[in-house]
Design a protein around this ligand. Sequence first.
Ligand SMILES: Cc1cc2nc3c(=O)[nH]c(=O)nc-3n(C[C@H](O)[C@H](O)[C@H](O)COP(=O)(O)OP(=O)(O)OC[C@H]3O[C@@H](n4cnc5c(N)ncnc54)[C@H](O)[C@@H]3O)c2cc1C
Length: 401
Amino acid sequence: MSRRPECDYDVVVAGGGAGGVGAALGAALEGADVLLVEKYGFLGGAATTSNVLAYCGFFQQGETAIKAVGGVADLVLDELRALAVDCDPFCSPTTLNWIILLEPEAVKLALDRVLINAGVDVLLHTRVAAVARTADRIQSVTLAGMDGRMRIAAEAFVDATGDANLAMLAGLECRVGNGRGHLQAVSGPIRIGGRDLSVPIDRAALIEGFEVYNQSGKYPSARTDGGIFTTVPRTGEMWWMMFDHAMVDLSSQSFTKAEQAARGAAHDYVEILRRHVPGFQHAYLTSTGPQIGVRESRHPPARYDITGEDLLIGRQRSDSVARAAWPIEDHSIAGKPVYHSLGGDGFADIPLDCMRAKGLDNVFYAGRLIGADDKAYGSIRVMGTAFATGEAAGRAASNCF
Ligand SMILES: Cc1cc2nc3c(=O)[nH]c(=O)nc-3n(C[C@H](O)[C@H](O)[C@H](O)COP(=O)(O)OP(=O)(O)OC[C@H]3O[C@@H](n4cnc5c(N)ncnc54)[C@H](O)[C@@H]3O)c2cc1C
């Protein structure tokens, strides 16, 4: 690793979700000078922007929790434990998968700390807004922050924006959704306070409440089973995923409609709890999150796309740098998720070529942007796997010059 004098950093990471934090830590552990840029005022990605309050993909499916992701993700879990978040695997009663339950304020602080400890420079309230490139490399990014615009040159770049913003700005042709015009549904997980914790949540009452609401309510839910809910660690709030919305495209107009519908639904659904479900008489909405949960947007071109078949047979490879262990979770039909278990030993290997940009030698992908066909995407996008692919991308980025 030998940085040219015209470069400000060895590695710039765009996006501070699980993929970006994994990448920044991986690069820093290789000895790189790293800058991570995040458009919100906090780190965490979907966990903190959209109330996605469980790390999936850390463990394989099965009767016991077998660890599939370690490395820098363990540093994050250590910081969470120091904030009294129990990071032991929890078996989700609705999906029978092993997850780690999260509380978003602890996630924000833990991620601040883990990056500060690793010596990563972080710029919050700053977005990657433009790219300068040659035929086969990105030379610099223009950042738009509170103090205006600045140009940062680096040897290597990691796109961990979830939406392929860096790749798109670099002019790479991205696939939208499954490439045949279909995007996975967005969802609006919410948090609810004020419930009587001594009363177990009555799923049958929940279902009944929705049977009534769906007849004439403005935001009928396609989930007929009461949705997925758990209790948020540290706060005791109910975490609930009940609202899904089909996306027709990635236009600002469609996102506006989705945000408005999710917000309207959140208020109506809490009212359903108050009226129909014991223990919720005094319940109130605590958070819809800064934004709706976006499952899928753009996929940038990678040197290899891991396939649904790789996962279903649990393909193992000699060039593996990370493991996918979460079942393929398909949200093609809003509100009707379908799970397909991984075959073989219960995980599939991910090669580095999934993290390498096709056509740009110093650009890597992390998190939900890695090369994957539309089936495999239903697995590799989860946050546990995103830490692992991020770490691999960050380590590779620090060693590409
Ligand atoms: C409703 C829903 C439920 C889900 N359930 C689970 C679950 O239970 N468990 C699980 O593990 N996964 C779940 N997922 C999937 C998971 O949340 C995402 O796939 C995962 O967060 C991807 O991580 P990432 O780091 O790639 O992207 P993200 O988490 O999206 O992070 C990307 C970050 O980049 C930032 N960014 C974007 N553009 C720019 C820019 N131009 N400049 C600077 N910063 C930028 C964003 O603000 C964001 O912080 C769910 C997703 C949704 C939508």
